[in-house]
Ligand binder design. Structure first.
Ligand SMILES: C[S@@+](CC[C@H](N)C(=O)[O-])C[C@H]1O[C@@H](n2cnc3c(N)ncnc32)[C@H](O)[C@@H]1O
Length: 234
């Protein structure tokens, strides 16, 4: 495998992100995690996006905000011929994923450390088989809704980079966010572009196909799951 560590243009720094959206680190890394951060992360980190590097894989999928990476690892282990790119800026989460990759000798995960919205414009049209956005930060206060990941503009970018027939999966345990998602996808610009299936808590998709994330395991609220298929290309 070859990796490209050239710069991808100036990425929003974690410090800026910290100020705007929340903390990027909540505890010191263990010795082993620091070692993995220093020596494993650079070899699997995406700092410039060159799709030709990934042509050996049957398909490529993206997880935005992978937390500690349980869901990403389960998919990667079950599909060794497919590549999974995870985006996260939370340092302790990335460190947890690195430990899992190291322990499981997982070869088919790449990490983009930073705000996923910086990566999206680098991606070619019709690229990903799946995009996962599982339990995104809900920003429940009305004055913070502009921080939600699901916005018309970002979702148009998601539409652009998803393959025709590709699936965008979203889960949330926040009722306001679930309603917000339904409203965003009802916008006229998405007319006939997607087919949306919505599953409520009691009818959750099977775990064999949709593994539970750590957040879902801890959640005590009712969850909503969206499976959004792209019907047509640009
Ligand atoms: C509530 S947690 C859920 C984590 C995981 N998906 C789960 O279900 O256990 C949301 C995660 O998304 C990450 N996140 C939020 N906005 C992001 C962005 N724009 N780009 C990358 N990661 C983001 C946060 O750092 C956090 O780890």
């Amino acid at each position: 495998m070859s990796y490209n560590n050239e710069g991808m243009g100036k990425l929003e720094t974690c410090r800026n992100f910290d100020r705007l959206y929340g903390r990027v680190k909540n505890r010191a890394l263990t010795k082993r995690q620091s070692w993995l951060y220093e020596f494993l992360l650079p070899s699997i980190s995406i700092t410039s996006f060159d799709p030709s590097q990934y042509s050996a894989y049957r398909s490529i999928s993206l997880e935005i905000g992978f937390g500690s990476g349980e869901h990403l690892c389960q998919f990667a282990i079950a599909n060794p011929d497919k590549l999974f790119i995870g985006c996260e800026f939370f340092v302790n989460g990335i460190a947890s994923l690195l430990s899992k990759i190291d322990e499981g000798k997982i070869q088919n995960i790449r990490i983009f450390q930073g705000d996923a919205r910086k990566l999206l414009p680098e991606i070619p049209d019709d690229f990903f088989e799946y995009i996962f956005l599982l339990f995104p930060d809900p920003w429940p206060k009305r004055k913070h809704t502009y921080r939600r990941f699901v916005q018309e503009k970002t979702m148009f970018e998601i539409y652009r980079i998803l393959q025709k027939g590709g699936i965008f999966r979203i889960a949330t345990d926040c009722l306001q966010y679930s309603n917000w998602i339904t409203n965003v996808f009802s916008a006229p610009i998405f007319d006939k572009k997607f087919e949306i299936k919505k599953f409520l808590h009691d009818f959750r998709p099977p775990e064999s196909d949709w593994p539970k994330t750590r957040y879902e395991q801890k959640s005590t609220s009712e969850c909503t799951f969206f499976s959004i298929e792209k019907l047509s290309s640009l």
